[in-house]
Design a protein around this ligand. Structure first.
Ligand code: BT5
Length: 244
C-alpha cells in the first residue's frame, strides 16, 4: 500500500489504486493494532453494499473506509453512520451539489426524474456487549457518471470539477468533529434529511411499517408515526425504505 495521499487529515490515509473493497482492507487493520486510519481506493473490484448487496465502484470514484475505536456501546454505533452521512452531505453541498440524506445511509440528489443515489454508507463493527472494539465506516461517493447502475448519479453530473483529495480531506475533518458530538449529528441530519415528513414503507426482516417518518432519534432510529402510534425503527433493521 502506498501512503502518499498527501493529506493532512485527522486520520492516517492509506491509498490504493485498486482494492476488492476498502471496508475489507480496513477490517484487517485492527489486528495490526491501528486506529484512526482511512483507506482510500481509486477503484474497487468487489465493492459491498448492505445486506450482501454489491456496490459498483468504477475508477475515479471516492471509495473510502474509516477505521476508528470509539468509546461507545455497540447499540450507539449507528450515530457514527449518521455522522458519516452528515459529513459526506455537507462536503458534497460545499462542492455545490444538492445532496440530501435518505435514512438510514443513502445520499440522494433530487431531480426531475426522481431522486438519484449519489452515495451509500456501510458500517461494520466488532465489540463486546458494552463496548465497541472497532468500527469501520465505508463511504462510497460516485464522482463520474459512467458505468453506474440505473438510479445512480455522480458529483460530476452536478458540478464542473471535483478535487477528490480535497473532498476526502474535508469529509474526514467533518467526520472527526462530528464523531464526538451526537447532538450536532442529529441536528445536522434533520436539516439535510429528505425522509422526514414523507410517508414511507419500511421493510425489516420481520415486519413492514407504514406511516409518516416524523423524526430521527439518537442513536439513529427513525420514528414512524403509524395508525397504531409511533414506531422506532433501528437503522440496522431497515432492508428497504420506499415512499408509501
Ligand atoms: C449502500 O448499500 O448504499 C452502502 C454502500 C457502501 C459502499 C462503500 S464504498 C467504500 C466501502 N467499501 C465497500 O466495499 N463498501 C463501502 P445499500 O443500501 O445496500 O445499497 C446497495 C444498492 O445500491 C445496490 O443493490 C444497487 O442497487 C445500488 N448501487 C450499487 N452500486 C451503486 C453506486 N455506485 N451508486 C448508486 N447505487 C448503487
Amino acid at each position: 500500500p502506498a501512503i502518499e495521499f498527501g493529506l493532512d487529515a485527522p486520520f492516517t490515509v492509506e491509498y490504493h489504486d485498486s482494492l476488492p473493497s476498502t471496508n475489507a482492507r480496513a477490517r484487517e487493520l485492527p489486528t495490526e493494532g491501528a486506529t484512526d486510519v482511512a483507506v482510500v481506493a481509486d477503484e474497487q473490484t468487489g465493492g459491498r453494499g448492505r445486506l450482501d448487496r454489491g456496490w459498483v465502484s468504477p475508477p475515479g470514484g471516492i471509495w473510502l473506509s474509516v477505521l476508528c475505536r470509539p468509546d461507545l456501546p455497540p447499540a450507539h454505533a449507528p450515530i457514527l453512520t449518521l455522522a458519516a452521512a452528515v459529513a459526506a452531505t455537507e462536503t458534497a453541498r460545499e462542492a455545490g451539489v444538492d445532496a440530501r440524506i435518505k435514512w438510514p445511509n443513502d445520499l440522494l440528489v433530487p431531480g426531475t426524474d426522481g431522486d438519484q443515489k449519489l452515495a451509500g454508507i456501510l458500517t461494520e463493527m466488532e465489540g463486546e456487549a458494552d463496548r465497541v472494539s472497532w468500527v469501520v465506516i465505508g463511504i462510497g461517493i460516485n464522482v463520474g457518471v459512467e458505468d453506474l447502475p440505473a438510479g445512480a448519479t455522480g458529483l460530476l453530473a452536478h458540478t464542473e470539477s471535483v478535487d477528490r483529495r480535497r473532498f476526502v480531506q474535508r469529509l474526514l475533518e467533518r467526520f472527526d468533529a462530528l464523531r464526538t458530538d451526537p447532538e450536532r449529528v442529529i441536528g445536522a441530519w434533520r436539516e439535510h434529511a429528505l425522509t422526514i415528513g414523507q410517508r414511507v414503507r419500511v421493510e425489516t426482516p420481520t415486519d413492514e411499517i407504514v406511516g409518516e417518518a416524523v423524526d430521527v432519534e439518537f442513536p439513529g432510529s427513525l420514528v414512524v408515526e403509524t395508525d397504531d402510534g409511533p414506531i422506532r425503527v433501528h437503522a440496522g433493521d431497515c432492508e428497504h425504505l420506499r415512499p408509501a
